[in-house]
Write a protein that binds this ligand. Structure first.
Ligand code: PEP
Ligand code: MG
Length: 568
């Protein structure tokens, strides 16, 4: 049995497929037979072209023509006589094909990445993709096609990037195990969205297992078994059935309002990453979107999305939600989220660096595009703007000034928008929590981001397994912070929601009811579980429990009490 971080609930039992990361290593030898080397190179280019056009065709059919454009661009680039010609010349001069590919690509990457134009800078990341593909072909490295793994597969990888996760076919993958990543890492969030049990941060797991080993993934407890004994396997088969049965019982909460046991109605919203997820939010009976992580639009694109591209994504979410609230969080990059074409500087301490609203205010033109797109989308639904990582009041004031400027421009040009569009802020830093009373005078609403609030309050990297034992919203400091934020919001008469993962934690829910939280924003698949738990607690019961909890000194005592008092 191995322990890791419980990242996505449920029990998965299946056969392991290890996703190996290959190093693109080669010896840069001088070649004598340059003709043979040139043929090896040209053969690789032909295979690259054939594979790329097949993939482009597949994407065109499955997803759409716009998405296929990236790969078609790669085909145009590699067919351009300049790039392949330069590589050929180097091979003629005795370089091996690998070093010719690497040198020429690096030269173009260096050239394009220095350009001012975004489209040109994007070329740098396209060429980087071409380089990796050509090197893999020359070195005979074959990647596993994650979208085509056998049914009943448990994926094991060092890390699961968002692009790998997006290839996962939910019908075939029954579990995920990784060596790195925390509960709030984006791969964890995506695993939850796909409803695939996942255990992350299992030390050295890729070397502990091999293909076809049997694995039990207990994503609820954060435990895995490799080739378990018969009795363990039978126990987990029963547990899996039990989990599935409970999930289906939750269906009785579909279409019901979210109310506490004593009849107070609360809002139960969803966290989404793409406009398509809004559909999922509706299917799962979400009452709105409490967090649209807009950075996924930027991460899934190979160029800075234009105002129109962003507008159509935000509009799609607003229209899909049919008049229900859609809170769009403005670009939250930096920290663990990099966007290659933005060429952000590598930082010593990225979580304390040029992140989120700091980056946006420093890159006004980029931010202006996004804010304009969101304000335009407000004509199509109940759209709100949410600013991430606020630490001081100047930041929210600066964003509001930009929004006011946009409104003036739209008024002058007859562009429609919601004149009462709200601007709220995420409270996810200790600083914002400590000045929540000041921020409440400027913000139209608060949403507590417990993923970051816990990280910054406890000074623990949210993805670092070595300090994960400290990363808990049940720490007295984090609970005091949450309580204070809600009280400040209530005193100022603004709504306070929570979009961090803690909003869906069954043990946390009674405390949030007691503190006075009015909006819970959770992963769509957790809507019914959260609605069920909320329905079990009256304010008085929640208050009694909260009083006992807030009198305790340690996280362990608090977690134990909450577990003991939990209502199944
Ligand atoms: C949070 O920090 O709680 C949050 C919701 O934002 P993210 O997880 O995207 O940083
Ligand atoms: Mg955050």
């Amino acid at each position: 049995m191995y322990k890791g971080i419980a990242a996505s609930r449920g029990i998965g039992i299946g056969s392991i497929c290890v996703i190996v990361e290959h190093e693109l290593k080669y010896e840069a030898v001088k070649v004598a037979d340059t003709e043979a080397e040139k043929k090896r190179f040209l053969d690789a280019v032909e295979v690259f072209k054939a594979e790329t056009s097949a993939m482009a065709e597949d994407i065109r059919k499955r997803i759409g023509p716009k998405e296929a454009e990236i790969l078609e661009g790669h085909l145009v680039m590699i067919s351009d006589p300049t790039m392949a010609g330069e590589m050929g010349k180097m091979i003629d001069a005795g370089q091996c094909a690998e070093s010719a590919v690497e040198a020429v690509c690096d030269m173009f990457i260096g050239m394009f990445s220095k350009m001012d134009d975004d489209m040109m800078r994007q070329r740098a990341s396209d060429i980087s993709d071409i380089k990796v593909s050509l090197l893999k072909l020359l070195l005979g490295i074959k990647d596993i096609d994650i979208s085509k793994v056998e049914p009943g597969t448990v994926l094991v990888a060092k890390d699961l990037t968002p692009s790998m996760t997006s290839q996962i076919n939910k019908d075939n993958v029954v579990g995920i195990i990784t060596e790195v990543g925390g509960k709030t890492s984006h791969s964890a969030i995506l695993a939850r969205a796909l409803e695939i049990p996942a255990v992350l941060s299992v030390p050295d797991v890729t070397t502990l297992v091999k293909d076809k080993d049997t694995a039990v993934v207990d994503g609820t407890e954060g435990i895995i078994y490799i080739n378990p004994e018969g009795d363990v396997l039978s126990k987990y088969i029963i547990k899996r059935e039990d989990f599935i049965r409970k999930q289906s019982e939750l269906k009785s909460f579909l279409g019901k309002p979210t109310v506490t046991a004593d009849g107070t109605e609360l809002e139960l919203f969803c966290n989404i990453g793409t406009p398509k997820d809004a559909k999922k939010a509706m299917e799962c009976d979400g009452e709105g979107v409490g967090l649209f992580r807009s950075e996924f639009l930027f991460m899934d694109s190979n160029h800075l999305p234009t105002e129109d591209e962003q507008f159509s994504a935000y509009k799609e979410a607003a229209v899909t939600m049919q008049g229900k609230t859609v809170i769009i969080r403005t670009l939250d990059i930096g920290g663990d989220k990099d966007i290659p074409y933005l060429n952000m500087k590598k930082e010593e301490n990225p979580f304390l660096g040029y992140r989120a609203v700091r980056y946006c205010l420093g890159n006004r033109d980029t931010y202006m595009l996004q804010l304009r797109a969101i304000v335009r989308a407000s004509a199509f639904g109940k759209v709100k703007i949410m600013v991430p990582l606020v630490t001081c009041v100047d930041e929210i004031r600066a964003v509001k000034e930009m929004v006011a400027e946009i409104k003036k421009d739209f008024d002058a040009n007859g562009i429609e928008y919601d004149k009462s569009i709200e601007v709220g802020c995420m409270i996810e830093t200790p600083s914002a929590s400590l000045i929540a009373d000041i921020l409440a005078k400027e913000a139209d609403f608060f949403s507590i981001g417990t993923n970051d609030l816990t990280q910054y309050t406890m000074s623990v990297d949210r993805g670092n397994a070595d300090v994960a034992y400290l990363y808990s919203t049940f720490q007295p400091s984090v609970l005091r912070s949450i309580k204070n934020i809600i009280e400040c919001g209530r005193k100022a008469g603004i709504p306070v929601g929570m979009c961090g993962e803690a909003a869906a934690d069954p043990l946390m829910i009674p405390l949030l009811i007691s503190f006075g939280l009015t909006e819970f924003s959770v992963n769509p698949v957790l809507v019914l579980t959260a609605r069920c738990i909320i329905s079990k607690w009256s304010k008085q019961e929640a208050d009694e429990l909260a009083a006992k909890v807030m009198a305790l000194d340690t996280e362990k005592e608090i977690a134990a009490l909450l577990k003991q008092e939990a209502k199944e």
